[in-house]
Ligand binder design. Structure first.
Ligand code: SF4
Ligand code: SF4
Length: 322
């Protein structure tokens, strides 16, 4: 019998049947809140831990009904004929969502208890069993809600569900230790090996992250680490940086493989809905040949570490076997 857990957390969304976030078929729970601000972030709606209001212009018919109903006078018609949200006035009451007949407003985020999250995850238990899958907690940065994360992971483990987390590892090690007894796999991003470049691209230096990876490698707990490297053309894909990443990982024993994640721009619509400027609009996804060249470069080192390229790119998966 599981003890009833009432702690609540901030969740962005829950996605089912993922085959790109760990082994087998997985349910992915996106936590809200992140201390980083990566320029290529594909879930900008997860960066702030609070629920946020999005406006989807293509659904709006400019009926103007919402304008007079906003209690804070935060809505107006802009010169380019769309609804402008004055975010300095908006108090996130979300009344405009109910008023709009066309679904042009969207709330990003919800509050859920540990039990509610575990119940949602448990609905897919049959799929986990038949595919060796499980749950993956993503974000945002899930470690920012570490007590809530620990309780969700612990509840899953008590039900025999395989657990993984996707993390930047930008956190205090004493917090990371709280979840280690309940996690089977950690997916950790290494975004740049140079600390100054890392800060320019993500808003934080990488010293804590690399230090935490080294500490994790000598942890007494039984989990494996999979390193993910986003490949952002012109920003972190120099041979020097990638070889430096490989050298760092090669010294560690818990790392199962390095996975390259080709940059994509799927978050652009969300940036627009939140009135956030997308800084990388002039950068294209790397080509298949570019990724093949990087894999080949890393494999020339003849280390035993496996190098993979993630094929979960909906706009023309990079299949390195062809
Ligand atoms: S109520 Fe909805 S459709 Fe009408 S102007 Fe406001 S956002 Fe647009
Ligand atoms: S969430 Fe509330 S305060 Fe913000 S724009 Fe909508 S109605 Fe106005």
């Amino acid at each position: 019998m599981l003890e009833k857990i009432n702690r609540k957390g901030s969740i962005l969304r829950i996605e089912r049947a993922s085959i790109h976030d760990g082994d087998g078929i997985r349910t992915v729970v996106y936590f809200n809140g992140c201390p980083l601000k990566c320029k290529w972030c594909s879930t900008p709606e997860s960066q702030n831990i609070n629920d946020k209001l999005g406006y989807i212009q293509k659904k709006c018919t400019i009926c103007k009904r919402c304008i007079s109903h906003c209690p804070e006078n935060a809505l107006s018609l802009s010169n380019d004929e769309k609804i402008h949200i004055d975010r300095s006035k908006c108090t996130s009451c979300f009344k405009c969502i109910d008023i709009c007949p066309f679904g042009a407003f969207k709330k990003y985020g919800m509050t859920m208890s540990v039990d509610e999250v575990i119940n949602e995850i448990s609905k897919d238990e049959l799929f986990y069993f038949h595919s060796n899958g499980g749950v993956t907690i993503s974000g945002g940065e899930c470690l920012i809600q570490v007590e809530f994360l620990r309780d969700v992971l612990k509840g899953c483990k008590m039900k025999g569900i395989n657990t993984a987390i996707e993390t930047s590892l930008f956190a205090k090690y004493k917090d990371i230790e709280k979840v280690l007894p309940f996690v089977d796999t950690l997916f950790i991003d290494i975004k740049h090996m140079d600390s100054s470049c890392h800060k320019a691209l993500t808003g934080v230096k990488n010293d804590i992250i690399l230090d935490n990876i080294i500490k994790l490698d000598s942890s007494k707990y039984n989990f494996d680490i999979r390193i993910r490297v986003p490949i952002i053309p012109g920003l972190n894909d120099s041979d020097y940086n990638l070889l430096d990443t490989l050298e760092f990982c090669n010294k560690l024993s818990k790392i199962r493989y390095i996975e390259l994640l080709p940059y994509h721009r799927y978050g652009i619509d969300t940036y627009n809905s939140l009135d956030i400027e997308y800084e990388l609009k002039n950068i294209n996804s790397p080509s298949k040949d570019c990724i093949k060249r990087i894999v080949s470069l890393l494999e020339q080192k003849k280390y035993s570490l496996e190098i993979r390229a993630n094929t979960g790119i909906p706009d023309g998966s990079i299949d390195l076997t062809k």
